[in-house]
Ligand binder design. Structure first.
Ligand code: GLP
Length: 237
């Protein structure tokens, strides 16, 4: 694993965006894995800036998002569909048919999960995957105890994850109890992975990841078994 300490949140976002921009400039047909949450907001700003400066086009790029809540509509402001439009898709030239997010409001969620996984495989897998990390070490919505062998599936969110994400909802009761997420196996099949860690709330997760101990109780630890992971961190020591 390559560890890069950034001097600030802005620098972390810029370093990460440059990695993706470089990749897309070299291969315009790249398949990119995207994450949501507070951490990558600056990353998306950098991508938009670069697009607006005419440095990059997403017209041939395909994206797959990691996850989506179950039980809220795509139009809901707390949905990851909405997040992605708000932070990235609205401003760039990506083709709508090349954008993929799991369907958390599908009538048959198991089927939707299988279909999502098939689409990733049909696209040839993910070239570069962006990840954030939950305070409990989750990646995507793969909570502690998740099998490393899983593909896209439905998960029950832990109390701590629902608590951490309640800022995006009016009340804790409104935070969905389940989500649909690509699995750890799917993430590990990405050719390159970039993990962002920012801020004091992630100190414990950062420390645990740094120990190098691999356990399903701490999902991000699986990344030690991948050959091309770059961790860009700031605000932890
Ligand atoms: C959410 C998302 C993850 C994200 C994590 C951290 O639960 N499902 O993909 O990495 O939480 O989010 P944040 O960056 O807001 O701390």
């Amino acid at each position: 694993m390559k560890w890069i300490e950034a001097a600030s949140y802005g620098e972390m976002s810029k370093i990460a965006a440059d990695l993706f921009i470089d990749h897309i400039q070299k291969d315009s047909k790249s398949v990119i894995g995207l994450a949501t949450g507070g951490t990558p907001e600056g990353f998306y700003k950098e991508l938009v800036k670069s697009y607006e400066a005419g440095e990059i086009s997403f017209s041939e790029t395909t994206t797959f998002n990691l996850d989506e809540y179950v039980g809220i509509t795509e139009e809901s402001e707390a949905s990851y569909h909405h997040y992605m439009k708000k932070h990235l898709f609205h401003y760039i030239d990506i083709k709508p048919e090349n954008i993929h997010l799991p369907n958390g409001s599908a009538p048959d969620l198991e089927k939707a999960a299988k279909e999502y996984e098939s689409k990733i495989k049909e696209a040839g897998g993910i070239d570069v995957q962006l990840l954030g990390i939950g305070i409990n070490g989750h990646i995507g919505f793969n909570e502690p105890g998740s099998s490393f062998e899983q593909e896209t599936h439905i998960v029950e969110l832990t109390a701590s994850t629902r608590e951490a994400n309640k800022i995006y909802f009016e009340r804790l009761e409104d935070v969905p109890t389940h989500a649909i997420t690509i699995g750890i196996q799917t993430i590990m099949q990405a050719k390159k992975i970039v993990l962002l860690i920012s801020g004091a709330s992630k100190q414990e997760a950062y420390d645990r990841l740094r120990t190098g101990q691999v356990t399903e109780q701490f999902p991000a630890s699986v990344l030690h078994l991948h050959g091309d992971v770059t961790v860009i961190y700031t605000g932890v020591s």
